[in-house]
Design a protein around this ligand. Structure first.
Ligand code: CTP
Length: 398
């Protein structure tokens, strides 16, 4: 499911991060959302309603007493048809107001009178964030079921550094997308491996493969979106960690194996997406191998542990999902791999098509059936896979 057709009320409060909300409003619009904007007095000191009006193509609302609303019920009318109220930036003051249930301007009244979901993207100075009063308000808001997008830590407009930066617009957009996903893995703990591994030849040379990690990262993101708590054990890749996912970096297959061993206890689901090197160099040189006349180096290999098979063979093993990247006879190889690894589900794709691309085409193989998920962006396939896994777990319980 995408954001197409979702109706968002974007609430802007007073903070310097408000200037970034112009980008967010545009991104939401581009994603197919219907964006209606309400601004507080303080917000208008940072950006003008004209900016948001031009970007959303809609009237921007700022006044609780706006005579243009026929029955003067703007605090109700403006949110009734919405799917989500997103307050970005949400200032410390506005969060405090929400925690107390105050309603003394248009936006706070809309928030209090809402029937739809509410997400906030806090933005404030680090001291304001750390203040016990703010922390107390945040706890209250969490208890009230309000969703949070950020904040992040880093440099602040005031020159200080720390927690309280508003999440970048594209990450807020990802959180909004996540919010709309069905929470089919709520309360579950998911462990995902992703990316390639690297096996050292000497201190500067490695053997690796061309896995980009994109599919594994998409799976981790989709599991988080579905409400799971996700740990991602990742080989070396050039990808940003999906929002809300705990990432552990490794290089070699053995490091990956050790991190999986350390994290697997208590996991409900294990999804091995990593392209783990099947072999490692028996004795990597501890100094760089030099060219000596015409002598070519000879590498001797030994086998790496099969992480997926090890997890699947454990007592009380989590629900295990393997990936099969094949270059031919996909169905036969995937079926054989499923049986060999002892896992209930194998996800198969053709490597020629998948490697490094944003799109993929996958088929799911269970013991007695298979299901073509077809072609699409990796994140969409990952969401379908997560839904399928949740369905299999549900079925197994019955
Ligand atoms: N896998 C793993 N540890 C390994 C090798 C593979 O956990 N040492 C996992 C992968 O993450 C993937 C699945 O096993 O989920 C299939 O991996 P693949 O390398 O395709 O299968 P192999 O068993 O190595 O078979 P082959 O290389 O012959 O295709």
């Amino acid at each position: 499911m995408t954001l197409k057709g979702k109706r968002i009320l974007l609430g802007i409060t007073g903070g310097i991060a408000a200037y970034k909300v112009a980008v967010l409003a545009r991104a939401l619009g581009k994603a197919g959302c219907d964006v209606r904007v309400a601004m507080t007095e303080a917000a208008m000191r940072f950006v003008t309603p004209v900016t948001l009006q031009a970007l959303t193509g809609q009237t921007v609302w700022t006044d609780l007493w706006d005579p243009r609303i026929a029955d003067n019920m703007s605090h109700i009318e403006l949110s009734r048809d919405r799917d989500l109220i997103l307050v970005a930036p949400a200032s410390a003051d506005f969060l405090a107001k929400m925690a107390l249930g105050l309603a003394d301007d248009l936006l706070s009244t809309l928030v209090l009178a809402r029937r739809c979901g509410l997400m906030v993207a806090p933005a404030m100075n680090v001291e304001m964030w750390d203040n016990p009063a703010t922390q107390r308000n945040l706890r209250t808001l969490r208890e009230d079921g309000i969703a949070f997008a950020g904040p992040a830590a880093g440099d602040q407009a005031c020159g200080e550094t720390g927690m309280g930066r508003m999440l970048e617009p594209e990450l807020i957009l990802a959180e909004v997308e996540a919010w709309f996903q069905p929470k089919v893995l709520a309360g579950k703990r998911v462990l995902v491996t992703a990316g390639p591994t690297e096996e050292a030849i000497d201190p500067v040379r490695v053997i690796t493969n061309s896995s980009s990690g994109k599919m594994g990262y998409a799976v981790a993101r989709a599991a988080h979106e579905a409400g799971a708590s996700v740990t991602l054990i990742s080989g070396p890749v050039a990808l940003a960690t999906p929002q809300g996912v705990a990432r552990v970096n490794v290089r070699s297959a053995r490091q990956m194996f050790n991190e999986v061993k350390a994290a697997v206890e208590g996991s409900d689901i294990f999804i091995g997406v990593a392209a783990v090197a099947d072999w490692r160099i028996q004795k990597p040189a501890d100094k760089k191998i030099k060219k000596i006349n015409d002598r070519l180096p000879v590498l001797k290999f030994e086998e790496n542990p099969d992480i997926l098979a090890w997890v699947a063979a454990r007592k009380n093993a989590p629900f295990c999902v393997g990936f099969a990247a094949e270059s031919e006879k996909v169905a036969a190889n995937a079926r054989a791999k499923r049986a060999k690894k002892g896992v209930p589900l194998i996800v198969a794709n053709l490597v020629q098509e998948a490697l490094g691309a944003d799109d993929n085409a996958i088929t799911l193989f269970e013991a007695r059936s298979s299901k073509v998920l077809g072609r699409g962006p990796k994140i969409e396939l990952a969401r379908k896979l997560v839904a399928h896994v949740a369905g299999m777990i549900e079925k197994a319980k019955r």
